[in-house]
Design a binder for this molecule. Structure first.
Ligand code: NDP
Length: 441
């Protein structure tokens, strides 16, 4: 069981305060955005202007009237979604993939059936809507408030469960990390790979409850637009298509995802539990939610421009992530851009005292910048936002948020890798001085 690295008491207090603020502010912020869309046509300043200009809403009334209400439909839809995803994750076949070695020297194994689960989920949704007529295609758009309440309740419940489990029934006691501050541990998580039976809580919530919902929620907003207009605009098709590619890529390369920072380093607490159940389904789908209310007709030139930007971003994102994954899996014996891969040897020590040898890739994208994959991701996110036009700021939220998240992550990762690899990381930074954009930063 490790204490949180890198920080004295002052830093620990600062982190605990930040966690406490985010714990309260994040759900309120999502509810605020929901209200903007429901009552103010997605104008992000709408409710605040009402309060500031005294147009019938005091801050108290905003909280009382503006928050979404719990509904039976919301809890039922969310509960069915959650339970069916758990059933699919457990029941569907899939090959075994392995995560990275944990600080305590354990290598976790996972059953990889995400792509199959995505297919089964979406085929079942299609049958339920169009053949069995169990519910309308606009179900998410129709019950967004009730669903938001249910998702928040589930996110909080799972985070409490994760904290309690870490104390009483840890899956791997040696891989727990306590910060000394309960609020930080609750928010950031304690266990690295908590499991309940065959379910890995982290992969299940991020992938199956969160990422899986992204395409289904988008489709529901497209259906809402069709209901209103009698057709679906080119921008809505583009947003659905580009984000479908992103989600399918996630599931098709689930094996790769096992060795990303989310899976390898982040602990499972409120941040990932609530983030998977509320943040991804509600905030990552804002462009489709916006277009359902503001149809945007793109010119052919704009469509081509957006596709080019998204395609270029996806190419960088995909090839950079693949290069590092192929390199790591083949222990460095791989050709990148028709040349033998070059690298810097590195070593690190796990908590059990074992020394591990690895390499830091300096070929391909990883020779241009230390996080070119992030630049590709941001290009894709920007392309999706551009598909929504320039009338409102809200569709740009995801691109701005992702940029902030990834820039923060670059600093976080740099600090961690410096601690882990020491001189080898210094040598890597000297060989590849740019963080994300070659020649710029
Ligand atoms: P990276 O894929 O950049 O992984 C960083 C890790 O890779 C480091 O911690 C280190 O881990 C290893 N590494 C770093 N440099 C090298 C090198 N030169 N050679 C070999 N290994 C190296 O980060 P993420 O896991 O954060 O991101 C994965 C993808 O997911 C990205 O494309 C990102 O854009 C995307 N993403 C999307 C988000 C979203 O919300 N849409 C959120 C976060 C990420 P080790 O300890 O193994 O050496």
């Amino acid at each position: 069981m490790a204490a949180e690295p890198g920080g004295g008491r002052g830093r620990g207090v600062g982190r605990a305060l930040a966690c406490a603020v985010l714990l309260v502010a994040s759900p309120l912020f999502v509810a605020y955005v929901w209200l903007c869309c429901e009552e103010y046509g997605c104008a992000i300043s709408g409710p605040l202007l009402d309060v500031a200009l005294g147009r019938g809403r005091s801050p108290g009334r905003l909280l009382l009237d503006g928050l979404p209400r719990p509904t039976l439909a919301g809890f039922t839809v969310f509960g069915v979604w959650y339970a069916s995803q758990a059933a699919l994750a457990i029941a569907l076949p899939g090959r075994i993939g392995y995560g990275a070695i944990t600080p305590a020297g354990h290598r976790p194994a996972y059953r990889l059936n995400g792509l199959l689960a995505w297919l089964v989920t979406h085929v079942l949704l299609g049958l339920a809507v169009f053949r069995w007529r169990l519910f309308p295609s606009t179900i998410v758009a129709d019950h967004s408030g009730g669903l938001l309440v249910a998702a928040n309740a589930a996110g909080l419940l799972v985070a409490v469960l994760a904290y309690w489990k870490a104390r009483r029934f840890p899956s791997r006691p040696a891989d727990r990390r306590w910060s000394g501050y309960a609020v930080s541990d609750f928010f950031m998580g304690v266990e690295l790979h908590p499991r309940i039976g065959p379910l890995d809580l982290k992969l299940f919530h991020i992938g199956r409850v969160g990422m899986m919902a992204w395409t289904a929620v988008n489709a529901s907003f497209a259906a809402r637009q069709f209901q209103e207009l009698g057709y679906v605009t080119s921008s809505m098709i583009l947003v659905n298509l580009l984000q479908l590619v992103y989600v399918l890529d996630f599931f098709a390369r689930e094996d790769w995802y096992l060795r990303t920072i989310d899976m390898h380093h982040d602990r499972f607490g409120f941040y990932l539990a609530w983030g998977s159940m509320v943040w991804i389904p509600f905030m990552y789908t804002l462009q489709a939610a916006y277009l359902a209310r503001h149809p945007v007709r793109l010119s052919p030139a704009a469509t081509v421009g957006i596709l080019v930007l998204a395609g270029a971003g996806y190419a960088v994102f995909l090839s950079a992530n693949r290069q590092r994954d192929r390199f790591r899996r083949s222990d460095g014996a791989v050709r990148i851009w028709r040349r033998e891969a070059t690298s810097i040897p590195a070593r690190y020590v796990t908590a059990d005292g074992a020394i591990h040898h690895t390499r830091l890739l300096t070929s391909g994208w990883w020779g241009f910048a230390r996080h070119a994959n992030y630049a590709g991701d941001i290009m894709m996110a920007t392309a999706v936002s551009l598909a929504c036009g320039f009338a409102h700021a809200l569709p740009y939220f995801y691109a701005v948020y992702l940029t902030a998240l990834l820039v923060h992550r670059i600093y976080r990762d740099d600090r961690r890798c410096r601690e882990k690899y020491g001189a080898a990381w210094e040598a890597y930074c000297a060989a590849v001085p740019y963080r994300m954009v070659p020649g710029v930063w």
